[in-house]
Write a protein that binds this ligand. Structure first.
Ligand code: F3S
Length: 284
């Protein structure tokens, strides 16, 4: 079948940098004294590859033994992690994406300027868990229905968003916040343009194909968002990790398929998927 690739897809610079730092750290620590505080990125295949190369990614700081180097993943970590590592005199390799670092600094600055910080994002996402550590009592909110319960009336609010959230959703949330009584509202755009460009390219491709395949980790927020946006376009959409999960029925009756991938999906997975799909003949 005919396969069209999204013009912007796959690895972003933040993920590339994090993997490079992890690989370099592995080279420098052949004695095994290296531990990552959680999966370096949200992609099972990359995590397994690093694991096979000897990188332990299940690390909890309180269980790390003396002299072990600690790798902070691309999603970042709260300030206490850095303080604890320093107290224990553990060497650090910081693979936090520069845009996540920027969001952390903005949160700290907003608090210092006297704003009640509000973060639009998924409270369970590791990036959000890290960012909110940079100011006390940050309010995390992701649904308009929750605003009344969590926002102070007539507050001086400083708003940021999870870097990988969709601009449309963030815009709606900001509109909803602004429609409530507030004293002052300051919004700082912390969205990642890499993500936005992948989202625009995916939506654009939806108008040219019969079915969309979105490749990437099932826990990857930006990949899930890509799949959600394609579905919102009314497109038949499948979120898969690799070609192994493809089933013939997914492309039945289709002639042109679109393929895109989240910011943590390696190019070899995308290319293998596209090659196999091109060689596939769907049933009518
Ligand atoms: Fe950073 Fe954006 Fe990638 S926040 S890790 S460049 S998706």
């Amino acid at each position: 079948m005919q396969v069209k690739l999204a013009r912007k897809r796959g690895f972003c610079f933040g993920v590339e940098d994090a993997i490079e730092l992890a690989e370099r750290a592995l080279d420098d620590h052949r004695d095994g004294k290296l531990i990552a505080l959680g999966p370096v990125i949200h992609n099972r295949q990359v995590v397994e590859r690093l694991e096979t190369a000897g990188l332990n990614q299940s690390g909890q700081l309180d269980q790390v033994s003396d002299g072990t180097t600690v790798l902070i993943r691309s999603h970042g970590a709260p300030p206490e992690t850095f303080v604890e590592a320093e107290t224990k005199q553990l060497p650090l390799v910081d693979a936090t994406c520069v845009l996540v670092k920027r969001a952390q600094n903005i949160v700290r600055q907003l608090h210092e300027e006297g704003y009640q910080v509000v973060m639009i994002g998924d409270a369970e996402h590791p990036e959000v868990k890290g960012v909110i550590g940079y100011a006390p009592k940050v309010i995390v909110v992701d649904r308009e229905e929750d605003l009344d319960a969590v926002l102070p009336r007539r507050g001086k609010l400083g708003v940021v968003a999870q870097t990988t959230h969709a601009p449309e959703h963030v815009g709606q949330m900001i509109g909803a916040i602004a429609s409530r009584p507030f004293r002052e509202l300051k919004v700082v755009n912390t969205l990642c343009l890499e993500v936005v460009r992948r989202q625009e390219a995916a939506v654009e491709l939806c108008s040219e194909v019969d079915v969309m395949f979105v490749l990437g980790g099932l826990h990857s927020a930006n990949t899930r968002e890509l799949a959600r946006l394609c579905k919102e376009e009314g497109m038949r959409t499948f979120h898969l990790e690799t070609w192994e999960q493809f089933e013939p029925g997914m492309a039945a009756g289709c002639t042109v398929a679109g393929v895109t991938a989240g910011a943590s999906t390696p190019d070899d997975i995308i290319q293998e998927f596209a090659k196999n799909l091109e060689a596939f003949t769907p049933s009518p």
